[in-house]
Write a protein that binds this ligand. Structure first.
Ligand SMILES: Nc1ncnc2c1ncn2[C@@H]1O[C@H](COP(=O)(O)OP(=O)(O)OP(=O)(O)O)[C@@H](O)[C@H]1O
Length: 218
C-alpha cells in the first residue's frame, strides 16, 4: 500500500499500564474514504487504542501516521459544564482556527440540537451530550475521524442520522474508525476488525464498490 492509499496507519503499537500489557503489536491501516469498525470485549483495550491513535496517550512503542486533520469523538465528552453549547462551538472554532461555523451549524441542525444552543453543557441529557460530542469532533471537517462508542445513548432516529452523516463523510473522502464492544449492523462497515489479545485482526470480509468503480476488499 503506498502512502497515498491510507488515511491512518498504526505500526507495532504497544501500551501497558504497569504490568498489564493492553496493546501488544497493533498493526492496521485505515484507507481513504472507508468506514472501519474495531470491536472487542469489555476491557480488550479499545479506548486505550483510540487514545493512542488520537495522540491523547503515548504508546510505549510503535507509531501512528495519518494524513490530514484528526477528529476525535471520545467515549466521555470533555466539556465545561458551565458553558453553553454555543459558547463551546465558538471556543472550538478558535481552537480549530475556523473562519466560520458553517459546518458546525449544519451538524447542529442535522442532529436536532438547535434548541440546545443556549443551554449549559452540564444540563444536557446523555444522548444529547453524545450528539454534541459528535459535532465537536466533526465541525473542522477532519480527514480522519476516530469515534469511541459514538452512538451510545442514541435513540433509533439519531442512530440512523449518525449513519447517514457517517456515510456522507465517506462520500466526501473522509475516513472513519468506529470502535464498539458489539458489532451493531456489521453491513454498515466497509471492514470490521477485532481487538483481541492486544492485536487487531480482521473479523469479517466485506466488499463494497467505491465511486471510482474500484473494488475494495479486506
Ligand atoms: N489509565 C489507566 N490506568 C490503568 N489501567 C488502565 C488505564 N486505562 C485503561 N486501563 C486498563 O486497560 C484495560 C483496557 O481498558 P480499555 O478502557 O482500553 O478497554 P475497552 O476495550 O475500551 O473496554 P470497554 O469496552 O469496557 O470500554 C482495562 O483492563 C483497563 O482497566
Amino acid at each position: 500500500m503506498s502512502t497515498e492509499d491510507f488515511a491512518l496507519r498504526a505500526v507495532d503499537l504497544h501500551k501497558a499500564f504497569g504490568s498489564h500489557q493492553v496493546l501488544q503489536g497493533v498493526e492496521f491501516s485505515l484507507r481513504q474514504g472507508e468506514i472501519m469498525g474495531v470491536i472487542g470485549e469489555n476491557g480488550a483495550g479499545k479506548t486505550t487504542l483510540l487514545r493512542v491513535l488520537s495522540g491523547e496517550l503515548k504508546a510505549d512503542r510503535g507509531s501512528v501516521v495519518h494524513q490530514g486533520r484528526l477528529g476525535y469523538c471520545p467515549q466521555r465528552i470533555v466539556v465545561n459544564n458551565e458553558l453553553t453549547v454555543e459558547q463551546h462551538l465558538r471556543y472550538f472554532q478558535s481552537a480549530y482556527q475556523l473562519s466560520s461555523l458553517t459546518r458546525a451549524d449544519e451538524l447542529v441542525e442535522r442532529l436536532d440540537l438547535t434548541r440546545y444552543l443556549r443551554r449549559k453543557a452540564g444540563v444536557l441529557s446523555g444522548g444529547t451530550k453524545q450528539k454534541f460530542n459528535l459535532v465537536l469532533a466533526l465541525m473542522h471537517d477532519p480527514g480522519v475521524v476516530l469515534m469511541d462508542e459514538p452512538y451510545q445513548g442514541f435513540d433509533w432516529d439519531n442512530y440512523l442520522t449518525f449513519w447517514s452523516i457517517t456515510r456522507e463523510l465517506r462520500e466526501r473522502g473522509q475516513s472513519v474508525l468506529v470502535i464498539s464492544h458489539i458489532a451493531h449492523d456489521v453491513k454498515r462497515f466497509d471492514r470490521l476488525h477485532r481487538l483481541r489479545a492486544g492485536k487487531v485482526v480482521a473479523e469479517k470480509t466485506t466488499t463494497r464498490r467505491i465511486p471510482t468503480g474500484r473494488k475494495v476488499t479486506s
